[in-house]
Design a protein around this ligand. Structure first.
Ligand code: AMP
Ligand code: GLY
Length: 427
């Protein structure tokens, strides 16, 4: 079948890498893609939210399956667009409609959804622009640290955690009155702080049935030892040693089952990935957030651990046939290290020539912010490459990943040297 992947990050390169190995895949396209996806698929210069052009391309190329990487086109309603167009409605698409994508697109919606379906989560209260005084009063009664969340999509910058109530009030003012994140902060959640260790659990559902993918842990901060500002993700590991059978059974019973049943009950015909950001608080899972897509860089650690033909699973999810399907995962460990442009997550230069890409690499090299200019592959974003090493334990996986990193360089390159270190003695 002919397949189109939407997106241009490391996640999409990992999908393209995995999908291209399937016997079921005839032609594979990525829109818009990057220099890495061009090695396993054909890149198409169409933006992920240009539904009209995407639809036209799908008809021209007889696309059978569309895999949506990032959240923006989902929240904007790409599934709804396809379902409304006569020529597109038979094309299978992995990703929820606008209704389901609200799980990620509105933190207020997802919080109320969790409350309605008894999914364990932090307590929270939502305030709008006319309720600043009420928000301040509520804050006065809170025990710090305070967690503030902009309701809408804010490119990962919409969560502020502060020990200081005065600073929290200031931030609320900035969000609600100065519209710091535009429409995304027209509502703000004040949330209870959960203390524990985070992990990401991924579910692929056809709206009724589901499979659970290998779990992962993301390293979000820029600095070693989890210090400095948040990023899109500086690395990931899978499996997560503390996500043992007992914990994962709690996740399935308390979180996954009520989530899927809740979607069904609310007539949300969800066909796609649900990425559940969880906090393990003393052995009990609490949901921090839902995302309507896979994680980046978690996908780069998770997909290499899946033995199934991924196209089969994607088709089953998109066509409502996941019943009885199982994920077969390797016992290998995977460690993914993200190499970024100097300055990221602040300002950074682009166009730096990447050296070493032609050499054999002991790790899988997934491209994120890269592009081809003539003979050179150059940096074209904050997160540039994601290298995944695999091995029988975390130590070996890390060694492979970092041996891979050592072969690559550009001016100003930065990466964390401690991905997976905190969990080394637990594997
Ligand atoms: P989010 O954008 O919802 O993923 O939040 C970004 C990060 O903020 C999460 O990955 C957590 O590390 C942290 N976070 C969010 N909500 C909470 C909470 N209620 N308690 C503690 N940390 C949180
Ligand atoms: N790595 C976190 C995310 O994809 O949202």
């Amino acid at each position: 079948m002919n397949i189109l992947i939407l997106g241009n990050g490391g996640r999409e390169h990992a999908f393209a890498w995995k999908i291209s190995q399937s016997k079921q895949c005839s032609k594979l396209f990525v829109a818009p893609g990057n220099a890495g996806t061009a090695s396993v698929a054909e890149n198409i210069p169409i933006a992920v939210d240009d539904f009209e052009k995407i639809g036209k391309f799908c008809v021209e190329q007889a696309i059978n399956l569309v895999v949506v990487g990032p959240e923006a086109p989902l929240v904007k309603g790409i599934r709804d667009y396809f379902e409304q167009e006569l020529t597109l409605k038979t094309i299978l698409l992995v990703g929820p409609g606008k209704d389901g994508a609200q799980l990620e697109g509105s933190k207020d919606f997802s919080k109320q959804f969790m409350l309605r379906h008894d999914v364990p989560t932090a307590k929270a209260k939502t305030f709008g622009a006319t309720e600043v005084n009420e928000a301040f009063q509520y804050l006065d009664a809170c025990t710090p640290p305070i967690v503030l969340k902009a309701d809408g999509l804010a490119s990962g910058k919409g969560v502020i955690i502060t020990p200081d109530i005065a600073e929290a009030k200031n931030t609320i003012r900035e969000m609600l009155i100065d519209k710091k994140f535009g429409e995304a902060s027209s509502k703000v959640l004040i949330e209870e702080f959960l203390s524990g260790i985070e992990l990401s659990v991924f579910v692929l559902t056809d709206g009724k049935n589901y499979v659970i993918l290998p779990e992962a842990k993301d390293y979000k901060r820029i600095g070693e030892g989890d210090t400095g500002p948040n990023t899109g993700g500086m690395g990931a590991i899978s499996p997560v040693p503390f996500a043992d059978d007992v914990f994962m059974k709690k996740v399935e019973d308390r979180v996954i089952k009520p989530t899927i049943a809740g979607l069904h009950k609310e007539n949300i015909n969800y066909k796609g990935f649900i990425f559940i950001g969880l906090m393990n608080c003393n052995g009990n899972p609490y949901v921090i957030e839902y995302n309507a897509r896979m994680g980046d860089p978690e996908t780069q650690a998770v997909l290499p651990r899946i033995k199934n033909d991924i196209v089969g699973l994607l088709v089953d999810a998109a066509s409502g046939n996941l019943h009885g399907k199982k994920i077969e995962q390797t016992t290998d460990y995977a460690a993914t290290v993200v190499m970024v442009s100097g300055g990221y997550p602040g300002d950074y230069p682009k166009g730096k020539v990447i050296n070493g890409l032609e050499a054999k690499n002991p790790a899988l090299v997934f491209h994120a912010g890269t592009k081809q200019t003539g003979q050179n592959t150059v940096t074209d974003g904050g997160r540039v490459l994601a290298l995944t090493g695999s091995g029988a334990n975390m130590g070996q996986a890390r060694e492979k990943a970092y041996a891979g990193v050592a072969k690559l360089s550009w001016e100003g390159v930065y990466f964390r040297k401690d991905i997976g270190m905190d969990l080394m003695d637990k594997t």
